[in-house]
Design a protein around this ligand. Sequence first.
Ligand SMILES: Nc1ncnc2c1ncn2[C@@H]1O[C@H](COP(=O)(O)OP(=O)(O)OP(=O)(O)O)[C@@H](O)[C@H]1O
Length: 244
Amino acid sequence: MITVRNLSKVFPPDIKVLSQISFQVDEGEFIAVIGGSGSGKTTLLRCISHQEKWTTGQLIYQSNDITTPGLLERWKLAKDFAFLEEKPALNRNKSAIKNVMMGRLYQTPIRLLTGTTSRDEHVMGMDYLEKVGLLDKGEKKVGQLSGGEQQRVAIAKALIHNPKVLVADEPVSGLDPKATEYIMQDLKSLCQERNMSVIATLHQVELAERYATRIWGLSEGKIVLDIPARSLTMREKQLIFGAP
Ligand SMILES: Nc1ncnc2c1ncn2[C@@H]1O[C@H](COP(=O)(O)OP(=O)(O)OP(=O)(O)O)[C@@H](O)[C@H]1O
């Protein structure tokens, strides 16, 4: 579904962050990206979701080359790719459901300004909140929700336009163990039930081993390990994180 060839990213003046990265991602895969601090995980995710300009490389999505997207390709990217930032921007003074509805692509300008939603859309938004286990919190202001609940509102918001690929940067950073398990389970279900592809960076190797279907190990801007998810050996961990 996604093919990346020789992706490199250099920030000015000459900061080489990603180097000659190539991979293929299929539908329904849950890829965990692990690596030490500064190895280039966030930059890789930002490049995949076109938040960041590529220095070199080629991105093929559903047989179309969208490396330098034109207007039509941009629209397709916005429709099919969702990017979940480490600290998602939510409006703390608006309800969970209103925040979710703000993720809709086809909002009228007046709705965008006022935050109003039609009844059908409201029901649809509640459906998404239900998917992430927050049906009973829909009318609560986001500022009154816990960190884990806010993250799940952000996931529901990212899902509302039915993306085929969810790119998530540290979706469980700063969450307690229970909220972490909930969110990891949510992401896994999305892959299994909706055949969505998820690419997520994770700091905890153990979560990658338990929930993902595939693990990418990143070191100094290169994918040094690409394997079906399982417990990593000490040697593999050293390859990614260096010797202790
Ligand atoms: N906009 C930028 N301009 C210059 N350098 C950047 C920029 N963004 C990232 N970098 C550099 O690229 C390198 C990789 O950063 P990145 O955030 O991708 O790493 P990471 O693996 O996600 O790290 P962490 O786990 O600490 O979040 C770092 O050395 C960082 O300083």
